[in-house]
Design a protein around this ligand. Structure first.
Ligand SMILES: [Zn+2]
Length: 394
């Protein structure tokens, strides 16, 4: 049965960098795009009005593993699907839970069938497999569904990485089979899903694994392309390998990924990483850095990072970033933000998170503009020069 859950058109290129438009049933997404992470159905410390309005995030990410455990699939289904449950009409990408389960370490056991683990919430035994992950993501009604994968550590040996990659390839096939069954049965029935949209219109992305071994990465990609996905992701990076290794994998793999499909780099990274990956051909990103660091007092600025705890900001009346036009920078000083952070006021985390998200989203906006105007190479050079210093002075 033919499905076209999304279309992707590349409108400009500059070297390997691409600027395009990803069209989904819930709205258009200009790429390259940064997707704020909403693990439990909330982009932490951020109201949806801000995401839709000032920040203008076009798509957010949610975590299958976490939502499956709490509040649970049935609760979300009964509340009308994930979009209605959280009050967000724009696209959502859900990850498969593979990475979260892998991150549990000793608490999980991986077999051919799937992964057995104990819930980090109440210790209850759970089982996640490609089929279960597809069923949960189908019930959530996300716009982009991720295949269930197995991650290998960044420093995994060739043999360990091969075993993991081959398991991921078999799980990708099973994910695809179950996903198509779920989509087809919904379409055949002509059923409306609980969120009011025609079901059978989700997109499925495959995930390339293989740790730092380029031959395995290429084989992983080939096996995914043979199955055929709506988009392709690079997983298993930023998991302990050196940054140079990460860039080498992206540089080798991204340009080999199908040119007419979106390319998504999972869980990476700093603004410099994003710009460097765009230069290597990546279109989509997600990362917890802007939100997590916002809560721990670190701000990303156009001139590098600021640690608001630093005593030098105690009477600093300048905004976090003089180049930033976000509502936090227009209204508040570093001194006030430091005061909020030091006294544990929740507004401190809220304001820093807002600014950080504005910084990431605005960086991608400038990336898109520079690709469209053919100035990306110069933009990249200037951007990396300015951000080379890890911490802003004074
Ligand atoms: Zn700002």
């Amino acid at each position: 049965m033919s499905r076209q859950p999304l279309t992707f058109d590349i409108e400009a290129r500059d070297g390997e960098a691409r600027a395009g438009v990803l069209k989904t049933r819930r709205g258009e997404i200009e790429t390259p795009v940064f997707m704020p992470v909403g693990t439990l159905g909330t982009v932490k410390a951020t109201r949806f009005e801000a995401l839709e309005g000032e920040l203008d995030a076009r798509i957010i990410l949610a975590n299958t593993y976490h939502l499956w455990l709490r509040p649970g699939t049935e609760t979300i289904r009964e509340c009308g699907g994930l979009h209605r449950f959280i009050g967000w009409d724009r696209p959502i990408l859900t990850d498969s839970g593979g990475f979260q389960v892998w991150s549990l370490g000793a608490l999980r056991k991986i077999t051919e069938e799937g992964t057995e683990f104990r819930s980090h919430v109440d210790g209850s035994p759970r089982f996640l497999s490609p089929e279960v992950s597809m069923e949960v993501q189908s019930a959530l009604g996300s716009d982009i569904v991720m295949a269930f994968d197995e991650c290998a550590p960044g420093n995994a040996s060739q043999q360990d990485a091969r075993t993991s990659m081959e398991l991921t390839a078999r799980w990708a096939r099973r994910s695809h089979t179950r996903f198509c069954e779920l989509q087809d049965s919904a379409m055949d029935a002509g059923r409306m899903d609980s969120s009011g949209d025609l079901n059978g219109k989700q997109a499925l992305f495959g995930i390339v694994q293989g740790a730092s071994h380029l031959d395995l990465r290429r084989e992983s990609l080939d096996r995914l392309v043979e199955i055929g996905f709506d988009g392709y992701a690079i997983g298993g990076l930023s998991v302990g390998e050196e940054k140079r290794v990460m860039y080498d994998v992206i540089e080798d793999i991204a340009p080999r990924m199908p040119a007419d499909r979106p390319r998504y780099l999972m869980g990476v990274g700093t603004p410099e990483d994003l710009v460097a990956a765009v230069a290597r051909g990546v279109d989509m990103f997600d990362c917890v850095l802007p939100t997590r660091n916002g809560r721990t007092g670190q701000a990303f600025t156009s001139r590098g990072k600021i640690n608001i705890k630093n005593s030098s900001y105690a009477r600093d009346t300048r905004p976090l970033d003089e180049q930033c036009s976000c509502s936090v920078c227009l209204r508040h000083s570093r001194a006030y933000l430091r005061h909020l952070h030091m006294t544990g006021e929740m507004l401190g985390g809220i304001l820093l998170t807002h600014h950080n998200l504005a910084c990431f989203l605005d960086t991608m906006r400038r990336v898109r503009q520079s690709i469209r105007s053919g100035n990306f190479t110069r933009f990249q050079q200037e951007f990396l020069d300015i951000n080379a210093e890890s911490e802003v002075r004074g």
